[in-house]
Ligand binder design. Structure first.
Ligand code: DGY
Length: 324
């Protein structure tokens, strides 16, 4: 019997690839870039399953181009690149990679928060460029974190993990979202507040909402105006939750004090003028980028594909209605 054919749209860590190879013929995009649309459609055309990235658009046109498709596994927890309802209509299961990247992404939010608050990147550049002539009382003085108020927008898995990591810093935790988070309330005395209260009272705001119509441009000019002038915003969720032009204005006019960004509205484009601001730290969407979490994501995606190829419900199915 012939083995199922699987496309992996970009080199991923080997554990997942090896696992797939035990049962499937695997084709991998070995280029150091994402596939173009036409490359994706033509490489996927004869496949039974596809392991794709958050940069691959999986939509009706894609499904039309892949007639034997039994399932698609996204190598990401966020799946705003996939048209899930279209997949469900066609009976095609899809999966994502929750949990294995929760802590890595929460740690990244902290890394950005500290980098902006304590001006790590600017001061590192200052030192490397040979300008440091000795200790100075006014050099690179930043903002403290301990005892401040942290606002978590979207207290799901990653938002909760980030909040729990604040334990050593004795912070007041506010969160906004659709439901009460008992763990955060019990462990940290966190308070569920309205979005507008969170925005007005937080010293640090960290974004952890998925991207969909309701969260698009959740942070735009009118919201930045409500924030404390001393506040810092951190985004490790999805870029378009923030209206990037408005963020730039808020940073330039001093409406807010700083930003730590791992994701961008028009990825991989980054608003050019953000790059020249000292009160901004920018990372290239590496929130989940620890060795373990990327390895685990690859295995998780592979396990899901193997199930889909057997017409079984994949463990991390995002459209279980396909199996009802
Ligand atoms: C995700 O998983 O959604 C991240 O953005 C990439 O790991």
């Amino acid at each position: 019997m012939s083995r199922p054919k699987v496309l992996i749209t970009r080199k991923i860590p080997t554990p997942g690839i090896e696992l797939l190879k035990t049962e499937c013929d695997v084709e991998i995009n070995t280029k150091e870039r994402a596939l173009t649309r036409s490359e994706l459609l033509s490489m996927a055309a004869d496949k039974d399953a596809v392991l794709c990235l958050l940069t691959d658009k999986i939509d009706a046109e894609f499904f039309d181009a892949v007639p034997n498709l039994k399932g698609v596994a996204n190598y990401a927890v966020g799946f705003d690149n996939m048209n899930v309802s279209e997949a469900s209509l066609r009976g095609i299961p899809m999966s994502n990679t929750p949990e294995v990247l929760t802590e890595a992404t929460a740690e990244m939010a902290w890394a950005l928060l500290f980098s902006v608050a304590r001006r790590i990147v600017e001061s590192d550049l200052f030192l490397r460029s040979g300008q440091w002539k000795g200790w100075g009382p006014l050099q690179y003085v930043g903002t403290g974190v301990s005892g401040k108020t942290l606002g978590i927008v979207g207290p799901g898995r990653i938002g909760t993990s980030m909040a729990l990591m604040s334990r050593g810093f004795n912070m007041k935790i506010l969160y906004s979202g659709n439901r009460k988070n008992n763990l955060l309330e019990k462990e940290l005395g966190a308070e569920l507040v309205s979005f507008s209260k969170l925005v007005k009272e937080s010293d640090f705001i960290s974004l952890h909402v998925p991207f969909w119509a309701e969260t698009k441009h959740m942070f735009s000019a009118s919201v930045f105006k409500e924030m404390k002038k001393s506040s810092i915003i951190i985004n490790t969720a999805r870029g378009a939750v923030i209206k990037e032009d408005d963020l730039l204005d808020a940073l330039v006019t001093g409406e807010i004090a700083g930003a730590g960004l791992d994701v961008y509205e028009f990825e991989p484009e980054v608003t050019e003028n953000l790059k020249i601001l000292n009160n901004v730290v920018l990372t290239p969407h590496t929130g989940s980028g620890t060795i373990k979490s990327r390895d685990d994501m690859s295995v998780m995606a592979a396990v899901n594909i193997l199930a889909m190829l057997k017409n079984e419900k994949p463990p991390q199915c995002i459209n279980p209605e396909v199996f009802e």
